[in-house]
Design a protein around this ligand. Structure first.
Ligand SMILES: [Zn+2]
Length: 128
């Protein structure tokens, strides 16, 4: 990948697209701070894959597939942490944001990143 001066990069360059529509824009300051511009392509690809898995989660009712997609998401979160130059730490995964997750959202937001509240009946993260 060729080097581009972060000061002159158009926001489209660090925007994640889904179905040809902008889904969200990456945090430019964090890209600077983490010196992660060199991994920008991989970071965007990982986010696109994540959105694709979100879509599949919305579509499917297959319990085994849901579990497997949830574990794929965990792998992608670890990959993203590495690409961003953070340590690979499950405590920082915002897993309650996943489609169909029924883990307690507010408890998890309050306790982030010190504690994870898992609902045993969650189709993604539970034991049932
Ligand atoms: Zn869950």
């Amino acid at each position: 990948m060729t080097y581009r001066d972060p000061l002159h990069i158009h926001p489209d360059v660090y925007t994640v697209f889904w179905n040809n529509e902008p889904a969200f824009t990456l945090n430019k300051r964090l890209l600077d701070q983490q010196n992660a511009w060199g991994n920008l392509t991989e970071i965007i690809e990982a986010h696109e894959l994540k959105l694709c898995i979100y879509h599949l989660l919305h579509e499917t009712k297959d319990k085994a597939l849901i579990k497997s997609l949830a574990s794929d998401l965990t792998e992608i979160e670890f990959e993203l942490q590495e690409l961003w130059g953070f340590s690979k730490d499950k405590m920082f995964h915002r897993f309650w944001e996943y489609p169909k997750c029924t883990c307690p959202r507010l408890d998890n937001i309050d306790a982030y990143p010190h504690m994870r509240y898992i609902s045993i009946s969650c189709p993604l993260h539970g034991d049932e």
